[in-house]
Ligand binder design. Structure first.
Ligand code: ZN
Length: 347
């Protein structure tokens, strides 16, 4: 049976949320969805004033969930398995490509939500001075033991960060899991060096690459679009340096720079809720089946499973796997020796 969890936001009556909007403080919302991707009841609401989307009420006690249960619920494991290391290593390489043009030699980097340490290890191999923070004890311990990384176990909101202490801060797919994203962004902004960069990647609430029934789930307490993410950053003195959508539209990646003159006045905040509600309402099962997304995803998963099986059947440790996977990305391009026959002095 096709599950149809959405109703048109424009037809919903305004309701009051039990949680005030983390971006603008309003409590007037409409309901965008009543079910999570696992089919459980999950009320997802959108702010009428600015378009920020969140789960109301919160679906779980966030702390214990992320310390122990999250990785098990997501991946059925407490430490990354070989296929997870391989997959996360490939994701780390794609993240490197997204930020490579912003890298300078020997940067002081903080990776928030460092998971199994794959991205942090890649930057360490590239010569950067990297620290990670990760609440899950199994993954944080694995990253330290496998790669010798400097990982603090805990939640970013509890961490004391050195003011102006980092040239680059990356927070990949973490902000949507936090209970107070605005205060996390503010905290990271304060930890940026004067010319430092903050890279934030989150799922895009307007995405249509996933099946409609998997748009919202318990792990994501907030969901952004390009407008709400930039507006939240701007109100904290973080100016957008670059913002891009992934090829399938599923993720948005923003690069911010501290700038007291940052402003959200150019962003279409007043129309944003209607825009998101319309996009959610139009994303029906039929509309989805008529796109290439489901078929591309099926082929992608199949080829990924084969590639992971080939890549992981021989190597034993996570480190060996990543060293092989990262070899070409971290290879030092040595200057070529001059060819003596091309010398003007050659006889
Ligand atoms: Zn709002």
């Amino acid at each position: 049976m096709l599950v149809q969890p959405f109703s048109c936001g424009a037809m919903q009556d305004d309701l009051t949320s039990t949680i005030a909007c983390n971006l603008c403080g309003s409590t007037t919302v409409t309901v965008l969805s009543q079910r999570s991707r696992s089919g459980e009841p999950l009320r997802t609401v959108g702010c009428r004033s600015c378009g920020l989307v969140w789960s109301d009420p919160r679906p779980h006690a966030a702390r214990q969930y992320y310390e122990d249960e999250y990785r098990i619920a997501y991946k059925g494991t407490f430490e990354p398995k070989p296929k997870h290391v391989h997959r996360a290593g490939q994701v780390a390489l794609s993240r490197l490509e997204k930020i490579r043009s912003h890298l300078r030699p020997r940067m002081r980097v903080l990776d928030v939500g460092s998971g199994g340490g794959e991205f942090a290890y890649l930057l360490q191999k590239l010569g950067h001075d990297i620290q990670g923070i990760e609440p899950n004890r199994g993954y944080a311990g694995y990253a330290t033991a496998q790669y010798g990384l400097n990982i603090t176990r805990g939640f970013i909101g509890d961490a004391t960060l050195p003011e102006g202490g980092f040239d680059l801060i990356t927070i990949w797919h973490v902000l949507e899991h936090t209970e107070d994203p605005k205060s996390v962004l503010a905290q990271l902004g304060r930890a940026l060096a004067p010319d430092g960069l903050l890279v934030v990647e989150v799922p895009n609430v307007e995405a249509t690459c996933q099946t409609p029934s998997s748009s919202f789930h318990e792990a994501h307490l907030y969901t952004f679009n390009t407008v709400t993410l930039q507006a939240m950053a701007a109100r904290l003195g973080l100016k957008t340096h670059a913002i891009t959508l992934s090829d399938d539209g599923g993720n948005l990646t923003a690069v911010f720079r501290a700038d007291p003159a940052a402003s959200d006045s150019h962003l279409p905040l007043t129309d944003n809720h209607e825009r998101i509600a319309r996009s959610v309402a139009r994303h029906t099962n039929l509309a989805h089946l008529l796109t290439a997304h489901p078929y591309r995803r099926f082929v992608g998963r199949l080829s990924r499973a084969v590639a992971e099986w080939i890549a992981t059947r021989q190597l034993s440790s996570g480190r060996e796997r990543l060293d092989r996977l990262y070899a070409s990305a971290v290879e030092v391009k040595r200057p070529r020796r001059p060819d003596p026959s091309q010398s003007p002095l050659a006889g």
